[in-house]
Design a protein around this ligand. Structure first.
Ligand SMILES: C[S@@+](CC[C@H](N)C(=O)[O-])C[C@H]1O[C@@H](n2cnc3c(N)ncnc32)[C@H](O)[C@@H]1O
Length: 259
């Protein structure tokens, strides 16, 4: 994938995440946050987060990904702030600290785990009070739209009806989410759902020739992605969904209960 196209694919998430990190720094009164990147892979997010000065623990089952992460962290001069450990979300507390992190990332992982309910329960339990969760997962609507635009109408309809949102046996994605399903999963773990963004609404659908050689077009498309990201109609057809959530902090007012 070309560089402009790759940065287009992460721009919306990165903007939301960068703001969330700034908010967390202000809230905890520390410049350096403890960040856990579950299924962090080769460090697409972990390394830039470490470059902002935060300490990042990456938990991933793939030794190859962790090796690439180490090399990348060295190249970017952040080895002292990135720690890669082999593990997975189901046995998370064998390798990570329960309630030990200001921010937890779970990007592109819930699609692949054996049990997303249990996985997300562990991920939520890794947060400190008031901590921030950033979840990115494949969107069902985006896949339906992409199959239909490719002339694969039956596959598009199959994805709509399939409980996991898959378009057939050859679909490389094990599971997709609607915005409702993803936010329900997050809220079921006692987290307060904040912003929900659609990511890559157009980026994967626009022919490469229209953007790759045209920096202005790439920028204009990035601005368009940003403009539609929070609009429910577009969110529903995004290739990915991003949910920001947080645990209740010790200082949050306790909800009034009826006598
Ligand atoms: C699509 S990649 C996403 C990598 C990274 N989070 C990113 O956004 O670039 C999915 C990652 O999830 C990891 N993974 C798969 N199953 C997992 C599990 N049960 N627990 C934790 N990570 C898992 C894979 O090894 C892979 O690195």
């Amino acid at each position: 994938m070309s560089r402009p196209r790759a940065s287009l694919r992460t721009a919306v998430v990165w903007e939301v995440l960068r703001e969330a990190l700034v908010d967390r720094v202000k809230a905890v009164g520390r410049e350096t946050l403890d960040v856990l990147d579950t299924g962090g892979g080769t460090g697409n997010f972990a390394v830039p987060v470490a470059r902002l000065g935060h300490r990042v623990t990456v938990v991933d089952p793939s030794p190859d990904a962790l090796f690439a992460l180490e090399r990348r962290a060295a190249e970017e001069g952040v080895v002292d702030r990135v720690r890669g450990v082999q593990g997975d979300v189901h046995g998370l507390f064998e390798v990570a600290e329960r309630g030990g992190y200001d921010v937890v990332l779970c990007h592109g992982v819930l699609e692949y785990v054996d049990d997303p309910v249990e996985g997300l329960r562990n991920i939520a339990a890794a947060l400190r009070p008031g901590g921030t969760l950033s979840v990115l997962a494949a969107g069902l609507g985006g896949a339906v739209l992409a199959r239909a635009l490719a002339g694969r109408f039956t596959e598009a309809r199959r994805a709509l009806a399939d409980p996991d949102g898959r378009w057939g046996g050859g679909d490389p994605m094990p599971r997709r989410f609607t915005p409702e399903r993803l936010t329900e999963l997050v809220a079921a773990n006692g987290l307060e759902v904040g912003a929900v963004h659609g990511v890559r609404v157009f980026a994967d659908l626009v022919p490469g020739a229209l953007v790759d050689a045209e920096p202005e077009a790439t920028q204009a498309l990035a601005r368009l992605e940003e403009a539609v990201a929070e609009l429910p109609a577009f969110r529903s057809v995004a290739a990915q969904l991003h949910v920001l959530a947080r645990t209740r902090s010790e200082t949050d007012p306790v909800a009034e209960t009826e006598a």
